[in-house]
Design a protein. Structure first.
Length: 377
């Protein structure tokens, strides 16, 4: 198939979860023999080739994502030039240029929904929309959903009721070739102040309030007297030696370094705090990249006992759960794993064995099947 993948609010190359997602989906679909053309925001990178796929860089004016819909003429020109069999678009509130132009050109389309299309309770966006009487934002979003031939999403509850019958549940994944236990580096561990028998506890992410970093920091402070435990936090704006617990703040890490960082840990923590993000009341719609990458790296994960996290990581198989927003319970779980190296290694082995089902390869296989059905319809 010739696939046009519109992800105009993302950049390539990039280190955000969205950029990684777009690259990996494009790469894996290309590896499966498809001709993939990926449309991203032009920030002057210039390269028109990805890893087996073509990159088309576009801009619009004014240069804000709110005006992304103004990229429609450029997408229309690409459809006319490339004549794709199918079109995919990464959903954004003010996007839709791919879905709407695909309809105009009679090209089947797939809308990739990674954030809620429906409004959550207390949504500021919904309040502003209601103030405009006709609710133009909701009407526009629902128009995109109705127009798309099909949708994919990690959770059906974040799309409107009327579209759930044509929505396929598809999770994100990890690059299980790049993220691998063999990337473990003793030199990197030593740079963190970890000895061979130290339990390194890793958090990776952008340190948003809903990522649960404060819960982890409180747990780390309560374990500061344990010389056999070192906490490593990747991401965020600060770097240096921690002053109130044993560990390191790495700051922003180039994404190409993350396979080695992840594999060099003994435990990964994903301590989400749903109370800090109201939209999570709709359901846990994130596909947690950090957990998939820990699985692939053979590192057990500590996270929450809620779906879909407890379907990815099974209790006492690939990881352990703790009580949400409870630093004491998180410290207890970390301490128990730090005390039992054999248990950690067994969980890590099971994690690596489970990783292929949550790989980008598996993700692309699902998308390929859906796109093939749309083309044949």
């Amino acid at each position: 198939m010739r696939i046009l993948y519109v992800a105009s609010d993302q950049t390539l190359p990039g280190e955000t979860g969205g950029s990684v997602h777009v690259h990996e989906v494009s790469r894996e679909l290309a590896k499966r023999g498809h001709e993939v053309h990926t449309v991203v925001l032009d920030r002057g990178e210039g390269d028109s080739r990805g890893d087996g796929y073509s990159i088309h860089r576009i801009r619009w004016s004014p240069p804000h994502r709110f005006f992304r819909f103004r990229a429609r003429p450029q997408v229309a020109a690409l459809i006319d030039q490339l004549k794709p069999d199918v079109l995919m678009e990464r959903y954004y509130n003010f996007g839709g240029e791919g879905i709407l132009e695909a309809q105009a050109a009679s090209v089947p389309s797939l809308l990739e929904v990674n954030s809620p299309v429906v409004d959550h309770r207390g949504s500021l966006k919904a309040m502003l929309d209601a103030a405009l009487i006709t609710r133009p934002l909701r009407r526009y979003r629902e128009r995109l959903v109705r127009t798309a031939s099909a949708l994919i999403s990690p959770l059906k509850e974040i799309v409107p009721d009327f579209a759930r019958d044509k929505t396929h549940v598809v999770t994100w994944g990890a690059n299980v070739e790049a993220f691998h236990p063999g990337r473990r580096s003793e030199a990197r561990r030593q740079s963190w102040g970890a000895a061979a028998d130290t339990c390194v506890v890793l958090f990776s992410g952008s340190h948003r309030p809903w990522h649960g970093v404060e819960t982890l920091l409180a747990a780390a402070r309560s374990l500061k007297d344990r010389s056999d435990v070192v906490f490593v936090l990747a991401g965020g704006d600060h770097a240096g030696i921690a002053t109130d617990f044993g560990g390191r703040l790495l700051g922003r890490i180039p994404y190409e370094d993350m396979p080695e960082v992840t594999a060099s840990a003994d435990v990964s923590v994903a301590p989400y705090d749903r109370s800090k993000l109201r939209s999570l009341e709709l359901g846990f719609f994130w596909s947690p990249l950090k957990i998939f990458e820990a699985l692939a790296s053979g590192v057990p994960t500590i996270t929450l006992d809620l779906a879909p996290l407890n379907e990815i990581v099974r209790a006492n198989e690939e990881g352990v759960f703790f009580k949400e927003n409870d630093p004491g319970d998180l410290a207890r779980v970390i301490g128990s794993l730090a005390d039992d190296r054999d248990r950690r290694r067994t969980m890590g082995r099971k994690a690596r064995e489970r990783a292929p089902r949550f790989s980008w390869e598996a993700h692309a296989a699902q998308i390929e099947s859906i796109l093939g059905g749309l083309k044949a319809a």
